[in-house]
Write a protein that binds this ligand. Sequence first.
Ligand code: PEP
Ligand code: MG
Length: 595
Amino acid sequence: MASFTLHGIPVSKGIAIGRAHLLAPAALDVKHYLIPEEQVEAEVLRLKNAIAAVHQELQIIRDDLPKEAPPELGAFIDVHALILSDPMLAEVPLNIIRHRYYNAEWALVTQIDGLSAQFDEIEDPYLRERKADIQQVGDRVLKVLTGSAISLPPVAGEGAAASIIVVAHDISPADMLQFRDGAFAGFVTDLGGQNSHTAIVARSLDIPAAVGMNNASVLVKQEDVLIIDGDAGVAIVNPSPLVLAQYRARQERMLRDRKKLGRLKKTPAITQDGTEITLLANIELPSDSAPALEAGANGVGLFRSEFLFMGRAGHLEKFPSEDEQFDSYCQTVVSMKGRPVTIRTLDVGADKPLDEDEQTALNPALGLRAIRYCLSEPQMFLTQLRAILRASAFGPIKLLIPMMAHAFEIDQTLALIEQAKGQLRQRKQKFDEDIEIGAMIEIPAAALALPMFIKRLDFLSIGTNDLIQYTLAIDRVDHEVAHLYDPLHPAVLFLLSSVISMARKAGIPVAVCGEMAGDVKWTRLLLGMGLLEFSMHPSQLLSVKQEILNSDLTLLEPQVKKVLKASEPSAIEAAMAQLRAINSEPEIKAAARRR
Ligand code: PEP
Ligand code: MG
């Protein structure tokens, strides 16, 4: 059998080896025929029943979501239910049956094709990708109409289940969950991008995956042997015995490494020269505190509170109430069992709009985002501040404010916190009088005017995602400029190292909570700059810890100085390669010190 390789977009790391199981999109099998006039209402009813059945199906999937399912998944299923209720899908195809006499499947496909074409015109890449959601919902209805349910082949024993690789034109997040129970090893799809919901779910479920393969579902045949390299975004079809053996060895090595990492859960993160590093978790919902504890986090370094405010389309109130928020914050701090929880106040706008907000700004990332939005909605902000303060009576909480650039923004925020405290005193409600207040350093202006922040605040947390976006002027959600996103740009390195060293000199704690903190590629760089606190997704915590355990600051610091001195990209890369190559074995260490 001929071997060939398909290239796509890597969305979830790891290696999967198995046999292909193809999921044909229902739309490909659709029959087209005209119905006689007297059967029109019966055909309309057939489609209505299919739509109702899918509503029920989605509800069951929603209700049966396992506790450990990623929080986004419920929201994605809700989006599919909303799409299904939209007149564009729920009514227009019925009219096509009534006026054009198309059979139900044909009417539905006609409408989906029309909608998809409209989505192709949209410039915003994130919204353009939402076309996939409409097609997935349509596919689900078609499958009910044609009686072809989505299913995996019967599985003989655990080992066999783990060796199925799903190949599809596209997969909906809800279907992914169904497959997860069948424990498939990985998946590849023709459609999708970094931002597709399916990709996000794959990452949080930790399943090797590559998307955007264009025509994998046509080129790969049922039962073909497949290797997915989720790091490279590559699928190797019918590999030679030699390639297969190489990948099996790599896969085993990765599994062994993962197991070994598991043993580090209780090991303190101390470098070889004895410096203790604090490893914190980034969470989005109170239920995320379980994986944070499981990974051995020292606390929560970033609770992105905006997720409590999003997806409220069906609610009477635009914002969650004080009590609703208090419950969430309290639940989090109690479940972290005495470890500190840093709650970031609402950061909406740009790529995280509230449901009701229409994005009218030309440059939403530069618009009324985060603290700017909060200061423009003082009652909403005071409600959140009171909820956070009240929860601080139940465990150690720190307040983190996003996107500040101006001294008056800090001063107004501090005044509002005082006002919220006063309101609670009047109500005789308890809170931590000395709650620590910190700022995200994620706008270059803040990094360059740090004394203004140091003077007013208790701690700092560097948001590298936005700091890089704003320093390099690249929209972080626009894939057309994604290649310009460069943590090693000399300007980024300068800002990072100067914030860390100035904060340390001033004796004010500083953390990094952007994606850089969770990527082992940058651990040594940040350590060598003097960073002592890292906050990241819980799944990244143990590999970062391992890198810390293998690092010696006395060796890293001089090398990081060389990285910072270099100004040409090639020189920076070379200095970084040397930094990564530093071996911290005791003898080598001693030899290096003698030199
Ligand atoms: C950041 O900007 O690095 C950050 C942690 O915040 P967010 O990704 O939520 O904008
Ligand atoms: Mg940010």
